[in-house]
Design a binder for this molecule. Structure first.
Ligand SMILES: Cc1cc2nc3c(=O)[nH]c(=O)nc-3n(C[C@H](O)[C@H](O)[C@H](O)COP(=O)(O)O)c2cc1C
Length: 223
């Protein structure tokens, strides 16, 4: 009888601890999932286009200075924001307007996904994964590493070759927008393919339909 009571008590304790952990983890996920609203993008100012084209360059040396929320807002809107709300179309073109590229932002604080519709950041992971975004030393400390991810669940009726071709092309337009914005705003940037993509996809918890295409570091130039 005594033995049965002990077993029952242990069982009840285990269930209570388990339930407590479940409630805590649900709460923690809910806390993490609170989106970060970005300020409206500043769409005036900056250098004239011909001057920007004259100055555009890749740069691999960054200062430790963090980007303000306004700069992150302008950067993401320039990259892949919605510039025609009436149609939901973007600052960069995409094959058959599939808009299959997602832009993730890896910073010291966390990993976010850019939600262009609401112009906000969706927290994905409360961890600094900058070092996982490339095999070069500077990626660990660049204030922001953008990760471009093709969501092939949005693409149907294409051969595998075409899916990857369009994903690469669509990423290229977004990346060039980032180059142009950075040059205009006095920021340094470099797009990167030297990335352990399967490892990064695993780290980010991406499903089988989502593939990393390229990464791009952004920050202020080193003094
Ligand atoms: C698809 C692609 C992948 C690239 N991958 C890397 C990379 O992994 N690491 C890097 O430092 N630069 C990378 N770059 C940047 C090129 O090295 C750079 O654009 C080239 O040297 C020309 O220099 P510029 O951009 O200053 O004109 C890449 C560029 C492209 C377009």
């Amino acid at each position: 009888m005594k033995k049965t009571n002990t077993v029952t008590t242990c069982f009840v304790f285990t269930v209570l601890i388990f339930a407590g952990l479940m409630i805590f983890s649900t709460w923690a996920i809910a806390e993490e999932a609170t989106p970060v609203k970005l300020p409206p993008p500043q769409t005036d100012g900056g250098k004239p286009l011909m001057q920007v084209l004259n100055d555009r360059a890749s740069s691999r040396e960054f200062s430790a200075e963090k980007l303000s929320m306004q700069v992150v807002s302008d950067l993401l809107w320039a990259a892949w924001g919605i510039n025609r709300p009436e149609t939901g179309k973007r600052t960069a073109p995409s094959a058959r307007n599939r808009q299959e590229i997602d832009v993730y932002v890896a910073s010291e604080d966390a990993l976010y996904r850019y939600d262009a519709e609401a112009h906000q950041l969706i927290p994905v992971m409360n961890e600094d994964i900058r070092a996982d975004t490339g095999k070069q030393e500077f990626v660990k400390t660049a204030p922001v590493n953008l990760i471009y991810v093709a969501d092939f669940s949005k693409v149907s009726g294409e051969s595998t070759e075409d899916k990857y071709f369009y994903a690469g092309a669509d990423t290229g337009f977004i990346s060039e927008n980032v180059y142009l914005y950075c040059t205009s705003a006095g920021l340094a940037t470099v797009v990167r393919g030297y990335v352990d993509k399967p490892a990064l996809e695993k780290k980010m918890g991406l499903g089988p339909e989502k593939k990393v295409t390229l990464c791009q570091s952004v920050g202020y130039p080193k003094e």
